[in-house]
Design a protein around this ligand. Sequence first.
Ligand code: NAG
Ligand code: NAG
Ligand code: NAG
Ligand code: NAG
Ligand code: NAG
Ligand code: NAG
Ligand code: NAG
Ligand code: NAG
Ligand code: NAG
Ligand code: NAG
Length: 432
Amino acid sequence: MTKICLLLLAASVSWVQAQTPQLPLDLIQLPTGFSISLYTAAAVPSARQLALSQNDSSASGSTRILYVGSTASEVTALVDMDGSGSNVTAVTVLTNQSAPNGVVWHQGSLFVAETRAITRYDNADGYAISGQAFPSGTVIAQDWNPVQDDHSLHFIGIGPDGYLYVPQGSPSNTGPCDPYLNITQCAINRMDLDGSSQVTFATGIRNSVGFAWDNSSNLWATTNGRDQLDGVGPVHDDRPDDTLFYVPAGTLPGKLDFGFPYCHWEGEGDPELRSVGSGYPIVDDVNFPPGTTINNTYGQFAYCSNVTNDQPPSQALGPHVAALGMTFSTAGMFPAEYDQTIFIAQHGSWDRQPAIGYRVMNAVVLPNGTTTAYNYFATGWLQNATTDSYWGRPVDVLPLPDGSLLVSDDYANTVYRITYNASNIAPAPSPM
Ligand SMILES: *[C@@H]1O[C@H](CO)[C@@H](O)[C@H](O)[C@H]1NC(C)=O
Ligand SMILES: *[C@@H]1O[C@H](CO)[C@@H](O)[C@H](O)[C@H]1NC(C)=O
Ligand SMILES: *[C@@H]1O[C@H](CO)[C@@H](O)[C@H](O)[C@H]1NC(C)=O
Ligand SMILES: *[C@@H]1O[C@H](CO)[C@@H](O)[C@H](O)[C@H]1NC(C)=O
Ligand SMILES: *[C@@H]1O[C@H](CO)[C@@H](O)[C@H](O)[C@H]1NC(C)=O
Ligand SMILES: *[C@@H]1O[C@H](CO)[C@@H](O)[C@H](O)[C@H]1NC(C)=O
Ligand SMILES: *[C@@H]1O[C@H](CO)[C@@H](O)[C@H](O)[C@H]1NC(C)=O
Ligand SMILES: *[C@@H]1O[C@H](CO)[C@@H](O)[C@H](O)[C@H]1NC(C)=O
Ligand SMILES: *[C@@H]1O[C@H](CO)[C@@H](O)[C@H](O)[C@H]1NC(C)=O
Ligand SMILES: *[C@@H]1O[C@H](CO)[C@@H](O)[C@H](O)[C@H]1NC(C)=O
């Protein structure tokens, strides 16, 4: 199915989009009252980060434009001309890019992050609406990223403080983490919108992908834990966890270190569905912190229990789930208990037995960094965990203004929309 799909895409020219192959949406399991559909009939090649133009309102009849980054070479605009959601068409606005994974819309411009450059394209919506590719943009940062790099893809985002945030992953599974130009590896970096004043914002983060701010301007982000801790096998399979971490509003750049490559975290409870909380810190099997002695390799470890060295995450998300994009909900369509909760797309493991992830999770959080619930939201892309067979891989999540939730998928090459309708809840059987 994938091979055929890729051939179709390769053969298609910019404006002629391949149709998404029939996808088994009935296999997706959601809480009662929710349903999932395709946001567009067009195929969206290697769909990654999602960005919505804010040059629209939720009023019916207004044009809505969703930009979709990719790990291939193009950026796609999904144009909903009448805002009805019934005829969302695809326009290829950029081609010949180097994995333009990250996209963010800001005051009429689209910022696009390739592996080694961030470029700003002005009047993006005008081009998307008229079905034209963007002319060349303004490069604001480039060449900070070494060519040899395991984690060269970037999501990007603009904070409530007006800065552009750019995660840079570890160059390999376990570091080392070096500054390169001013954009540090294993960190979330920050810069002005013109690329100047680059600073390392938070460090000790192996590979952060998705991030978002809550309504009190606290930053929340996902990060992917390392592989092959103590080799392949049971130790690797269940530890460390991917984590959801938290940087309180007002934190000064460089003040928080999340421990990588010395310290990792292991959640408590079932690896499939971790209990609420951070779990406990574990020490790396290779990268011992300088000047420290190991006492218990996989248990409590004084160096990593010290928050100066290793800030605890808010939530352990599960081992190797590949937590990618995350977002806060927008109030509206979903029941009130989802307000200001976090949706997290998990791409799925590639080297764990049994396979894990391939799902969208929901975390209920408080503004002080505490998680109070961690639940399944959408599952069913993973068909068989033993054979690691799957038909889709969630990458990013983003609410529409009406509160429904979009999910990108770079394996099925599509964008889904998850909606809620209280009338779909079957009434309890009436007593005889
Ligand atoms: C869907 O939208 C496209 C682009 O705006 C337009 O060309 C086409 O006529 C529309 N199709 C329908 C059925 O409305
Ligand atoms: C694609 O980009 C490369 C590098 O920027 C450039 O050399 C090449 O001419 C471009 N190809 C096309 C078809 O635009
Ligand atoms: C807003 O959308 C209109 C078309 O609806 C477009 O012409 C205009 O350029 C857009 N403005 C910005 C700032 O994106
Ligand atoms: C990089 O950091 C140096 C030293 O702090 C600073 O002078 C320079 O302007 C920074 N570069 C960018 C592009 O921000
Ligand atoms: C080993 O670690 C445990 C748990 O953190 C601690 O109670 C104990 O004091 C440590 N022992 C040594 C010799 O450091
Ligand atoms: C925590 O670690 C820092 C830096 O290594 C050290 O200065 C401090 O004494 C440690 N605190 C405790 C309570 O161990
Ligand atoms: C902000 O989020 C908190 C929960 O984290 C919620 O209690 C509060 O009502 C929200 N405020 C607004 C203005 O949405
Ligand atoms: C976070 O807030 C909750 C509710 O106010 C409180 O119970 C909890 O102790 C707080 N946690 C921290 C770490 O401050
Ligand atoms: C998953 O695959 C294994 C190995 O082929 C097979 O034994 C098992 O029945 C499959 N499970 C499901 C639920 O299909
Ligand atoms: C919700 O479901 C009911 C019953 O199936 C249906 O009549 C109604 O049109 C739906 N509402 C929306 C907004 O889809």
